[in-house]
Design a protein around this ligand. Sequence first.
Ligand SMILES: [Zn+2]
Ligand SMILES: [Zn+2]
Length: 377
Amino acid sequence: MVVSLIERTDVLCSYCGHAPYHDALLNCWECDVNVCSRCATDGPQPLCPDCVAKALPRNLPPMLAISGEMPLSPAQWGLEFKWDGVRALCYWDGRRLSLQDRNLGDITARFPELQEWASLLPDRPFILDGELVALDDQGLPEHATLQRRMLSKARPDRAPQDAPVYYYAFDLLFMGDRPTMRLPYAERRDILANLGIERGCCRVPPGHIGQVQAMLETAADYGLEGIIAKRLDSIYEPGRRSPHWRKLQAASSQAFVIGGWIPQPGASRQVGALLIGVYDERKRLQYAGRVEAGFSDQDRLTLAQALRPWQRPTSPFRPSGVTLSPDEQVIHVTPRLVAKVQYGDWPAGEPVRDAIYKGLRLDCIPSQVTREVNGRP
Ligand SMILES: [Zn+2]
Ligand SMILES: [Zn+2]
C-alpha cells in the first residue's frame, strides 16, 4: 500500500504544518508532540511553543533602585536615562504579548498600539523590563498624557490616544527557554541590544559607562528626572530595592527674577546671596529662595554693581516669604535682573534647595518669568 507523505500527520510539525525534509522532525521534551526544528527551542531538550509558554515565569515584580550618591568607581557602572513614564514588564510567549505594571496589574488593554509591535516580533519568547513613555511633539517624555491614559475609564480602543506611546526596553529577564536574570547586567544589555525587537513602538535606549556628570547635565537640559546607575556585574533581583541600582537626580535649572541681595559678611560691595522669585498667575512676584553658591569673586562684584541702581526701600516679593538670620540685612531691588539658577529640589510652596548661580539671563523679560514645568514654561 502506498501512503502519501502529506496525509500522514505523524510526520508533520504540529505548529507550522510542514513535513520537514532536511530537518529531522523532533518531539517536544515535555509533551512529546511533533515539532520541527524551526518551531522548537534549540538545545538537547527541545520544547514546543506551548510548553515554552507554560514555562515562562509570571508575575515578576520589577527590580527597584535606591536614591543614591554618585558611584565612586564610575567604570563599574552602566548609566541609563530615567524616563518619566509607567514601569512595565513585557511578557512575550512567542504568540501573545502582555504588560504588567509594578504592582503586577495587567495593563495590556490600555496600550493597544503595542499589539502592532507584537506582530513584528520573532517567535522566541522573552520577558523585558522597561518603561512606557508618551512623547510630546518635541520627542520629550510627557507624564501627564500617560497618566490620563492610565486613569481613563473609556474602553481602551477609545481611550485618548493624543500622544504616541513607546516602550523603552532596558532589561532582559528571560529569553528562549531560560531566565537571564542571573547573568550580569552588562551581558543582559548586550543580548537585549541584539534581540531584534527595536521595531514599531519599541526602543532600546543605549546605556553609557562612566559619563555621570555629562549625562546628568543632559538629563537636566531635557527636563528628565535624572539617570539610573546600574552595576555592570549585578544580577536582576525581582522586587528588590537594590543598592546595585541607583537613582541619581538631575539638577533642574530655570530663570528667576532677582528681588534682593545680601552683602558678603565684611564686604558690603560684594553679593553674598541673591533672593530670587517668580511671578505667579496673578502677576505677583513670589519669593522662591536664596542663592549662595556658584558665584566667582568677579560675579560678586559685578552683581552688586548691576543691582545698585535698582535699590529700593521695600521688598518686591508679595507676600514676602524671606527668612533672615539676625545679622543679615537685605538690600531690596526693583525686579529688573534675571538670573539662571540650578537647583536640586523645589517642593510646592517652599523655597528651592541647593540653588547654584549660573549667570545672568539678559534675554529674559522679568515680568514673564514664571515657574517652569519640566524645563519648559
Ligand atoms: Zn514547525
Ligand atoms: Zn510540548
